[in-house]
Design a protein around this ligand. Structure first.
Ligand code: GLN
Length: 456
């Protein structure tokens, strides 16, 4: 009831949700009565979750933040949503995002701009800005987001919440609107590491509807957290942590650097061996990511033709019907990405752009492998700065893209990463949160959560 009350009160200011379900509100109010009656309820009974609007829900609209899907209602739940519901969670509504996940602020949503709960003149980050803001303002307990190049981790940093991007394949993508299929993963937000761990256990695991989902066993992540022995003064003894050198240099806010450095020394005091490590390909990841993500998007988004889903333009001739539906329904950023991707894939430029970007991707993977052979966990800031002002980067797409430098490499390599709040910099009324990113080897979510747990 407290969450529902806060959801209603905060929504006019934060605008995290594109849709709030009245039926879910009633269901949430009913759960306490069911428990009192002694009814059998699932492990997540009554837990209110928000779901990013590019993840399909059968009982609510799913727009992906795009006008082209206005009014679209899928016939099915995404596997991650179905699993949450089977565990008893209540999907309270659909959260705002940059159109189809393309953006870093939620300013590229086709519907509304979400504000940062710490300071309403600032962005919550993106593209899962609505999901991060909803958890940060305690409108719901946890939420789902998607992370193609940082869309869970960067908004988690900006909003001061926990954000988890699982290993590629850890969570089924069935029912997630495809942006760049080789990079996309569904991730989650919580106000604590324990909450994120509980959600991950519910949604992870093989799914026959997604051939890239992994058969790797799903541990009970939350129960593993209690085994950390805090009575021992050096609970991290033996753990090797590498601070990625390239992430604490030029272009990174001084306050962010000092928060991350003090987090590193905290880990050292707890017994971890902390050293600096260089990832020479780090800065190459950004251009490679934008070429690959746009290329995949240009193909994935061809399905929005005004015939199969969503809003149709009123044209009689078929080619105009396609053209007008897309021209009116898709936003500027999305069109730019489609053009960029089509260009990179075109016969004359394929070798110079797409192929070269794939080579960089292989190099990034190799560099990460080497670093993770020597270290258990790598750390970086979750973003190069704290949340910036609404409108500050809308005129300069390259500046906005550059802000993804901390996160995109992890997607190129398919690795898991966790962002936990680790400090504040000046700004807003109460300071602005800074996030620490912990990166691990494939399927090492358990280790990331255990170390992240130390920061709460
Ligand atoms: N900001 C990045 C982009 O626009 C990442 C988005 C995402 O992870 N969905 O592509």
């Amino acid at each position: 009831a407290e969450y529902l009350d806060r959801l209603r009160r905060a929504e006019p200011r934060v605008r995290s949700f594109l849709h709030v379900s009245d039926a879910a509100m009633r269901e949430a109010e009913d759960v306490d009565r069911r428990v009192e009656r002694g009814e059998e309820v699932g492990p997540l009974a009554g837990v209110l979750v928000g779901v990013k609007d590019n993840i399909c829900t059968a009982d609510m609209p799913s727009t992906g933040g795009s006008r082209i899907l206005e009014g679209y209602r899928p016939a099915f739940d995404a596997t991650a949503v179905r699993r949450l519901r089977e565990a008893g969670a209540i999907v309270i509504g659909k959260t705002n995002l940059d159109e189809f996940g393309m953006g870093s602020t939620t300013e590229r949503s086709g519907f509304q701009v979400t504000t940062n709960p710490w300071d309403s003149s600032r962005v919550p980050g993106g593209s899962s800005g609505g999901s991060a803001a909803a958890v940060s303002s305690r409108q719901c307990v946890a939420s789902l987001g998607s992370d193609t190049g940082g869309s869970v981790r960067q908004p988690a940093s900006f909003c001061g919440v926990v954000g988890l991007k699982p290993t590629y394949g850890r969570v089924s993508r069935f029912g997630l609107m495809a942006y760049a299929s080789s990079l996309d993963v569904i991730g989650c937000f919580g106000s604590s590491v324990v909450d994120a761990a509980i959600i991950l256990s519910a949604i992870a695991g093989h799914d026959r509807l997604d051939a890239t989902s992994s058969k790797h066993e799903v541990p009970d992540y939350a129960s593993l957290l209690v085994s950390l022995d805090f009575l021992d003064s050096k609970p991290l003894k033996g753990l090797k942590i590498g601070v990625i050198q390239e992430t604490l240099g030029d272009g990174v806010d001084g306050g962010v650097i000092s928060s991350v450095r003090s987090a590193a020394s905290h880990l050292e005091q707890l017994g971890a061996l902390v050293t600096e490590v260089s990832l020479p390909s780090f800065s190459l990841g950004l251009p490679a990511y934008y070429i690959l993500a746009s290329s995949e998007a240009s193909s994935n988004l061809s399905r929005y033709d005004g015939v199969r889903y969503g809003k149709q333009a009123a044209a009689e001739e078929l080619s105009f019907l396609y053209g007008d539906s897309r021209a009116n329904g898709l936003g500027h950023e999305v069109k730019m990405r489609i053009l960029m991707g089509t260009y990179a894939l075109s016969a004359g430029y394929y070798d110079a752009y797409y192929k070269r970007a794939q080579q960089v991707r292989t190099l990034v993977k190799k560099n990460f492998n080497e670093a993770l052979n020597e270290h258990d966990i790598l750390i970086t800031p979750g973003a190069p700065s704290a949340a910036y002002k609404i409108g500050e980067k809308t005129e300069d797409p390259l500046a906005m893209y550059a802000g993804d430098i901390m996160t995109v490499n992890v997607n190129l390599a398919g690795l898991p990463a966790l962002v936990v709040p680790c400090g504040f910099v000046e700004g807003g009324a109460a300071g602005l949160p800074v996030g620490l990113q912990l990166i691990g080897s494939p399927f090492s979510e358990e280790k990331l959560l255990r170390v992240g747990h130390i920061f709460e």
